[in-house]
Design a protein around this ligand. Structure first.
Ligand SMILES: [Fe+2]
Length: 146
C-alpha cells in the first residue's frame, strides 16, 4: 500500500521496497500531526494518532524483525531493543494523554509526540533501519520483497 502523496523525503528511501512503503505511513502520520498543530485545532484527534501508531508499530516492527531473522542480520538484538523502546514510549505517551486534565496539557503532549516522531524518523529510520536495509541488499537480495 503506497501513500497517494508521499511525505517522505527522498533521502529516507532505503532501497527496501516493503520497508520503504511502510515508512511512508509514519511520515504521513507525522505530517498529519504537524498539520493539526499548525492549524491549532483545539481538539484534534490525538487518540487516532496513538491508535495508528500502536497498530503501525506492531505490524511494521514485526515485518522488519522477520526480515532480520530470515537474513541472519547480526545487529538484530540492538535493533529489536530499539523497537521495544519505541513501542513502550508510544504506550507511555498515550497513557499520559488519556489522563490529561486540560486541552493545554493534551496539546503539550501532542508537542512531545511530534518531537518523539521526529526522533524516530531521523534516528531510527535514517540510521538504524538504513543499516538493516544495506545488509538486506547485500545478503538477502530477494527476501525483503515479501
Ligand atoms: Fe526498525
Amino acid at each position: 500500500m503506497m501513500a497517494q502523496r508521499s511525505f517522505m523525503p527522498e533521502e529516507f528511501q532505503l532501497g527496501c521496497p516493503s520497508i520503504d512503503t511502510q515508512h511512508e505511513l509514519i511520515f504521513a502520520m507525522y505530517h498529519e500531526l504537524l498539520t493539526s498543530q499548525q492549524q491549532e485545532a483545539e481538539c484534534y484527534d490525538l487518540e487516532t494518532v496513538f491508535l495508528g501508531l500502536n497498530g503501525y508499530a506492531a505490524t511494521h516492527f514485526a515485518h522488519e524483525e522477520q526480515l532480520m531473522r530470515r537474513s541472519g542480520f547480526p545487529g538484530i538484538e540492538a535493533h529489536v531493543h530499539e523497537h521495544r523502546v519505541l513501542g513502550q514510549d508510544v504506550a507511555l505517551l498515550r497513557g499520559r494523554f488519556v489522563q490529561a486534565k486540560s486541552v493545554d496539557e493534551a496539546n503539550a503532549i501532542a508537542g512531545e509526540v511530534a518531537v518523539f516522531l521526529h526522533d524516530w524518523l531521523t534516528h531510527h529510520i535514517a540510521e538504524v533501519d538504513r543499516e538493516l536495509c544495506l545488509y538486506l541488499q547485500e545478503h538477502a537480495p530477494t527476501s525483503h520483497e515479501v
